[in-house]
Design a protein around this ligand. Structure first.
Ligand code: ZN
Ligand code: ZN
Length: 365
């Protein structure tokens, strides 16, 4: 009798997808990691880092706008003897709503401080204007604010805008509907907040009594920053370098060559002898330069794949390349946007040509 076939080895869990375990943890001297729930595809949490000084608390990435995220933060701080009302500074690594959404509740906290909000100077450009246009439109009245269906049918579709490769952005993203369903006005809470302090590459910040250097790392978002402290050997890497997943490279940006910028931003990680990398999703890790090289290699493989798809399909729109590059369950605006970033990288280096037909780009690779 033969023995039953071995069970296929389970895929190791990616630390980015784990649900929060509910306890703040010191991950570097004087730096607490608080995992906040997000529940987005592939992401179980966002890390909010907490640094204390004589005046109170500084946070890096305060999580989502919903009440669950806020309560998780308040509870975990309380358990280690800290008070959420003592937050005086919030640094937001980039303009994605899972990183800045929680700021709205912190700013409105009864008994809370005036909060200094630190972002890159490009923060939210383009998106903030799109939200404001919707907020100022006549349809956004009390009737719309009180009725989820009106939000979904009349107000949110106004946030659709043309994409450079042809067509419009997708309809309201699911997170809008989720927020609206729990009574959060999605347009005002998801609008990228106005910073009080804008920073640029090389600027210094004092957080938790330590000096941090701002490193502008465009690619995942063109307003993305990392923070470095050489004394501790700590890098806050945001979504730029994640431990096991590769960050999305968006083509919907003012940056004409987001993938090229991303490669440059990854190369810059070589010059930091990091001992502890603290990412916005997933567990702390050590080999910053090695992980940055692996992520760059992943995108070079994807460029090779785009080249071989091009040989097969000839002159085609972005969506045709996307269907060759991504599994069907991922097809959609994010996949198209990332495909577009790869096609533009090739075109800008003379490896692809672009033509336009009926408002849609066709690429010959
Ligand atoms: Zn992000
Ligand atoms: Zn993120």
């Amino acid at each position: 009798m033969s023995s039953p076939p071995a069970e296929p080895a389970a895929k190791p869990e990616k630390s980015e997808s784990r649900a929060p375990d509910g306890a703040a943890e010191e991950v570097a001297p004087g730096i607490l990691r608080v995992m906040l729930p997000v529940g987005l595809p592939g992401l179980g949490h966002v890390n909010c880092y907490v640094l204390e000084d004589a005046h109170g608390l500084a946070l890096i990435d305060p999580g989502l706008a919903d009440g669950g995220s806020h309560t998780a933060l308040a509870d975990q701080l309380r358990e280690v003897g800290l008070d959420i009302a003592d937050v005086h500074t919030v640094v937001v690594t980039h303009s994605h709503f899972d990183h800045y959404g929680g700021l709205a509740r912190l700013r409105n906290l009864e008994g809370g401080r005036d909060i200094a909000v630190v972002t890159h100077r490009n923060f939210g450009d383009g998106w903030r204007e799109a939200y404001d246009e919707v907020l100022e439109s006549p349809e956004v009245d009390d009737r719309a604010r009180a009725d989820l269906e009106i939000w979904i049918d009349e107000v949110l579709p106004k946030l659709r805008r043309p994409v450079p490769w042809g067509g419009l952005t997708d309809g309201p993203p699911p997170e809008f509907i989720r927020f609206a369903a729990v009574g959060i006005d999605p347009t005002s809470t998801l609008r990228p907040p106005d910073p009080t302090h804008e920073v640029a590459d090389g600027d210094r910040l004092l957080l938790g009594g330590l000096e941090w250097t701002v490193i502008h790392t465009p690619g995942h978002a063109d307003d993305h920053i990392c923070l470095w402290n050489g004394e501790l050997g700590v890098m806050f890497s945001g979504d730029h370098v994640l431990p096991t997943i590769t960050p999305h490279i968006g083509g919907l940006t003012a940056d004409a060559d987001p993938l090229g910028s991303f490669f440059d931003s990854l190369d810059r990680m070589e010059s930091y002898e990091s001992t502890i990398v603290l990412p916005a999703h997933g567990d702390p890790f050590e080999d910053l330069a090695g992980r940055a090289r692996d992520i760059a290699a992943h995108h070079r493989d994807r460029l090779d794949r785009v080249r071989s798809i091009g040989e097969e399909i000839g002159s085609q729109p972005v969506t045709s390349y996307m269907q060759g590059l991504f599994r069907e369950r991922s097809w959609g605006q994010m996949a198209a946007s990332e495909t577009y970033a790869h096609l533009e990288w090739l075109r800008l280096r003379g490896d692809a040509t672009r033509s336009e037909s009926g408002g849609t780009f066709h690429y010959d690779v």
